[in-house]
Design a protein around this ligand. Structure first.
Ligand SMILES: Cc1ncc(COP(=O)(O)O)c(C=O)c1O
Length: 411
C-alpha cells in the first residue's frame, strides 16, 4: 500500500509495457484523487462559521450544480449559490453517499407511503432496506445485472397506491445502468416521486434531473467527481421540499435529527451547514469539482464511456462473460465473471505483483467476479496498462488468452 501511495516503480515481469509505470488504481470508487486535490486538503484549520468557510460552501454549491447537470449559479457568498433558476437546490452532507440517501428517504417518506424499489444489485437492495426503515416498500428484484422489466413496473404503479419510485441509477455491484429516461416517463405518468441514487452516475454519465423531473438525486464525492470519501450531496426540487414541509407540519415523518432537511435548508441560505462541516474534505471536493468543470461535464461523460467500452469489448473478445445485460452496461463500472478455476487469489496477485487494483464481487458473487472502475480522473494510459497487467496475471494463473492489441480497444 505504501508503494502505491508513494507511486514508486514496481518490479514488473517481462512483457509489461514500460510506458505507464505507476500503480493502476481501477476500483469503482473511492477513486484516485489528483495531487492538487490531495494538496488542497492540507489546509490550515479555519472556523466553520466565518466568512472564509461561507465562501467555500458557496463555491462548492455552485460547482455541485454543474456536476448534477443543473443550471449554473454564482459562486459568491450571500447569493444562495445552492439554488438555481431551475427549481433545484443542492445540500452538502457530511457523511458518505449512504448518509445523503438517508437524508432524502427519511425526510420525504413516512409510514403512510408506499415506495416502489426495483433492483438488480447490492446497492439497489440497500435503497430498499433503507427505505423500509422509514416507509413501506414494494421491492421487485429483477436479478443481479438484469434490466428492469418496465412493463412490470408500470403495472405495479398503475395500482395507484404508490408515493414514489426509488432506484439505484448506476448499479456499481453489477455494472448496469438503469434507463432513467424511461423510468422518469413512467413516474411522470403515475405522478409518483422519482428518487435516484446517483452515487456512481453523477459526474460520470448522463444525468438529467430537470428533464427527468427527479425529486431527488444523490452524489458521493469519492466516485465520479474524484473527491475525498466521507462527504456527499443531494439535489432536490421544489416539489420535494414542499412535500417535506407538509409532512413535517403534519408530524408524519419518523424521527431524524442530524439529517433533518429543514434546518439544513435554512443554514444553506446563509452558506452554512447545520453542523460542523467536513471542512477539509469540502475544500478537497472543491478542487476535484474545479477539475471536472475544467474538463467539461460532457467531456468527462464521454471519456468514461470510451474507457468502459474499451474494457467491455476487450474482455468480451478475450472470452470473458460480463455480468450486466449488454444493452445497459455501465460507463463507470464493469463487472466481469472469473473464468473457471479463478477466484480472488487472482485479485490479490494483481495487487501484490502488478501494483494494479480492481475490486471483487459482493454477496453471492464474492470470489466469482471482479469489477473495473472507469470513473473520475482515470486516464486512457492507466486503463490500457491496467488491462495488460490483468491479462498477464491471468496468464500467471494458467489462463491462456488470445494475443489482442489492447491499445486498439481504446482509440
Ligand atoms: C451505487 C452506489 N450506491 C451507494 C453506495 C454506498 O455509498 P457510500 O459507500 O458512499 O455510502 C455505493 C458505494 O459504492 C454505490 O456504488
Amino acid at each position: 500500500m505504501e508503494e502505491r501511495l508513494s507511486g514508486e516503480k514496481p518490479n514488473f515481469s517481462d512483457g509489461i509495457s514500460k510506458k505507464y509505470e505507476k500503480d493502476c488504481f481501477l476500483v469503482p470508487g473511492p477513486v484516485r484523487m489528483s495531487s492538487k486535490t490531495l494538496e488542497s486538503m492540507s489546509h490550515p484549520v479555519i472556523t466553520a462559521r466565518g466568512s472564509e468557510y461561507k465562501a467555500i460552501m458557496a463555491e462548492l454549491n455552485g460547482l455541485l450544480r454543474i456536476a448534477f447537470n443543473l443550471s449554473p449559479t454564482s459562486y459568491d457568498i450571500g447569493v444562495k449559490s445552492f439554488e438555481g433558476d431551475d427549481g433545484y437546490s443542492t445540500i452538502v452532507v457530511s457523511g458518505s453517499g449512504t448518509a445523503a440517501m438517508e437524508m432524502i428517504i427519511s425526510n420525504r417518506f413516512s409510514k403512510k407511503d408506499i415506495v416502489l424499489v426495483p433492483t438488480n444489485g447490492k446497492f439497489g437492495e440497500r435503497v430498499a432496506d433503507m427505505t423500509r426503515e422509514f416507509s413501506n416498500v414494494k421491492h421487485i428484484d429483477f436479478g443481479w445485472g438484469k434490466s428492469f422489466d418496465l412493463t412490470k413496473l408500470e403495472n405495479e404503479l398503475s395500482k395507484g397506491n404508490y408515493s414514489g419510485i426509488a432506484f439505484c441509477h448506476n448499479e456499481t455491484s453489477t455494472g448496469i445502468t438503469q434507463d432513467a429516461d424511461k423510468l422518469s416517463k413512467i413516474a411522470e405518468k403515475y405522478k409518483v416521486a422519482l428518487i435516484i441514487d446517483g452515487i456512481t452516475s453523477v459526474g460520470g454519465l448522463p444525468v438529467h434531473p430537470l428533464k427527468w423531473n427527479a425529486e431527488a438525486i444523490v452524489v458521493g464525492a469519492q466516485k465520479c467527481t474524484a473527491g475525498p470519501s466521507g462527504v456527499s450531496a443531494i439535489a432536490i426540487n421544489n416539489s420535494f421540499i414542499k412535500n417535506v414541509m407538509e409532512k413535517n407540519e403534519n408530524n408524519e415523518l419518523s424521527s431524524r435529527y442530524y439529517l433533518d432537511l429543514i434546518p439544513a435548508l435554512k443554514r444553506a441560505a446563509d452558506d452554512q451547514t447545520s453542523w460542523t462541516p467536513a471542512i477539509n474534505l469540502t475544500i478537497g471536493w472543491i478542487q476535484a469539482l474545479r477539475e471536472l468543470n475544467e474538463e467539461g461535464l460532457e467531456n468527462r461523460w464521454s471519456r468514461c464511456e470510451k474507457l468502459s467500452k474499451g474494457v467491455q469489448n476487450l474482455f468480451s473478445d478475450l472470452g470473458f462473460t460480463l455480468l450486466a445485460d449488454s444493452s445497459q452496461r455501465s460507463n463507470t463500472a464493469t463487472a466481469i465473471l472469473y473464468p473457471d478455476g479463478i477466484d480472488d487469489k487472482w485479485r490479490n496477485e494483481l495487487a501484490v505483483k502488478y501494483n494494479t487494483y480492481v475490486i471483487g464481487g459482493q454477496d453471492h458473487l464474492k470470489g466469482k467476479m471482479f469489477r473495473i472502475g472507469s470513473m473520475g480522473i482515470t486516464e486512457k494510459e492507466e486503463m490500457i496498462e491496467g488491462c495488460k497487467r490483468m491479462i498477464s496475471c491471468f496468464s500467471d494463473f494458467g489462463i491462456k488468452l488470445s494475443d489482442l492489441d489492447v491499445e486498439s480497444y481504446f482509440l
